[in-house]
Design a protein. Structure first.
Length: 381
């Protein structure tokens, strides 16, 4: 029990010393705000701390002077965010006043504690107008990054004054402008001698991308939908399989003889009438049949800037798929046949897949690569 108390005391002392060190370091670095907060925190733990009392006596007046000077500089500047910057500074000063006022030990050594409530309120009113006007100027550029900046400013306005005139409509307009709109189109598969439909692959890929569009500022559309709503996209993604080929059917037949020794092949009785096993070698002739068809092709994905028609990025994903059918038969003793061959004897000869079925089997392995590529690209946008 005493050990636990001692450990707890050691931990408290360590935390206190660490806090004092952090406050002193912040003060030396000119971060009077953080130094004051650390001093208050330490005084809550140890109200008799002379170091923390001395620190807050120095740091709080210096924090007051520093932020007052910064506010004066900002308000006299041409900075488009000067009022919102002033709000941040007033917020910090009021936060310090609150922290000190709620700590008797700090309040005892720091007087007076200065609040800037009225000044902050007035600055917020001016900053609200400032941020709304800045947002409108950014919207006029019709640039995605500027529009996203505008949304942040309008959301700040909303946090201060939800009923600000025309705010809701401006937010909707800015969010729409800030959203990257991507049309994903499926071009017919290029294949010599085969009529291939790639819609199954395309629909699966599109649905996967659309699920990602839950991310803010990103939406995917099919060409038909884009046409119906008269959408002007930012990008057009084309998905097309090229050089898809299906090889000829290759058939092989392999005959092997398998033997196993020390196998019971009979019994005999000795003179005493006791029955014994007769061990010998058993064998079987195994025929393994193999059929295979190789399919190959390339998936090409291109990302084009709709306004300029310029190809931003293009990527090719080669792939192949081998269809195989393997079965076996044997003559002789089944005990001589390996277990793997026994399994093949239960397999039947099957009809090779159609060209469309071969395409679906071929395209499946490349799906994850294509999906990851597009999702990674648009995650950065």
């Amino acid at each position: 029990m005493n050990l636990s108390k001692n450990l707890a005391l050691i931990f408290i002392c360590f935390a206190f010393i660490s806090g004092c060190s952090t406050g002193q370091k912040a003060f030396k670095n000119g971060d009077y705000y953080e130094a004051t907060l650390q001093a208050v925190k330490n005084l809550r733990t140890n109200s008799d701390s002379e170091k923390s009392s001395a620190l807050i006596q120095k740091s709080y007046p210096m924090a007051l002077d520093y932020y007052r000077q910064q506010i004066d500089i900002e308000l006299k500047s041409n900075n488009i965010d000067k009022y919102s910057t002033a709000v941040e500074h007033y917020s910090k000063l009021n936060a310090l006043a609150d922290e000190i006022s709620r700590c008797p030990a700090a309040l005892k050594v720091v007087k007076p504690v200065v609040y800037f409530t009225d000044q902050q309120k007035k600055a917020e009113q001016l900053a609200t107008k400032e941020q709304y006007e800045n947002a409108q100027n950014l919207i006029k550029t019709e640039n995605i990054d500027d529009a996203r900046n505008a949304v942040q400013r309008l959301e700040w306005v909303k946090s201060k004054d939800p009923n600000y005139p025309n705010l809701t409509n401006s937010l909707i307009f800015a969010e729409n402008l800030a959203t990257r709109k991507v049309v994903v189109e499926d071009l017919p598969a290029m294949s010599k001698g085969f009529n291939i439909n790639s819609k199954v692959f395309y629909n699966r890929l599109f649905d996967d991308l659309k699920n990602q569009s839950e991310k803010k500022y990103l939406r995917f559309y099919k060409p038909k939908t884009a046409e119906e709503i008269e959408l002007t996209p930012n990008d057009v993604v084309t998905v097309q399989f090229i050089d898809f080929t299906i090889g000829t059917l290759v058939e092989r037949e392999k005959v092997e003889t398998h033997k196993s020794d020390s196998i019971k092949v009979g019994t005999f009785k000795d003179a005493a009438g006791v029955e014994h096993a007769v061990l010998g070698v058993v064998e079987a002739e195994v025929t393994v049949h193999e059929r295979e068809i190789l399919s190959r092709g390339v998936l090409k994905i291109s990302i084009k800037d709709f306004a300029s028609g310029e190809i931003i990025e293009s990527q090719k994903f080669p792939s192949e798929f081998i269809w195989q059918n393997q079965w076996a038969s044997f003559n002789g003793d089944s005990r001589a046949v390996p277990a793997s061959i026994i399994k093949l004897t239960k397999v039947k000869q099957t009809v090779p897949p159609s060209p469309q079925e071969m395409f679906l089997l071929f395209s499946d392995p490349v799906y994850n690569s294509a999906s990851s590529y597009l999702k990674s690209y648009y995650r950065r946008k």
